[in-house]
Design a protein around this ligand. Sequence first.
Ligand code: SAM
Length: 129
Amino acid sequence: MSGPYDLVVDSGCFHHLPPHRRVSYLALLDRVLAPGGHLALTSFAAGERGMGSERTDAELYRERELQGGLAHTPASLRWVFSDLVEVELRRMREEPPESALFGVPFLWTALFRRGAAASGDVRPVHDRA
Ligand SMILES: C[S@@+](CC[C@H](N)C(=O)[O-])C[C@H]1O[C@@H](n2cnc3c(N)ncnc32)[C@H](O)[C@@H]1O
């Protein structure tokens, strides 16, 4: 995968990554997402009508088990993707079974945008203090 791509879509992958894999995930995103490009993301949602494990990172490593996927909060997603600009972050709208559209209530759906500067001019998304 080389890119650059104007749109990267992650439909239900990110929440399956253990916390330490977010570093390589963000490095890949940094390599392939074009300046001004968008990341569209769906992720398990923590809380009421959510899905996924709400264990702390320490508990996950102690138990060595991802519990099928990790629930995120808006704050945890904003922290992970803090070098991108948030365009929208909300619960997915539920669609009835007969709908031609996909819509389940236990996911966040988010759109982030990368700053428009040339990629060599911006701090890599994974390079945080
Ligand atoms: C909930 S399914 C979503 C499938 C599909 N993207 C969709 O939207 O219907 C999660 C997907 O993430 C993939 N996945 C899990 N861990 C992954 C990883 N480390 N790298 C790449 N894909 C992964 C799984 O193989 C699975 O297909």
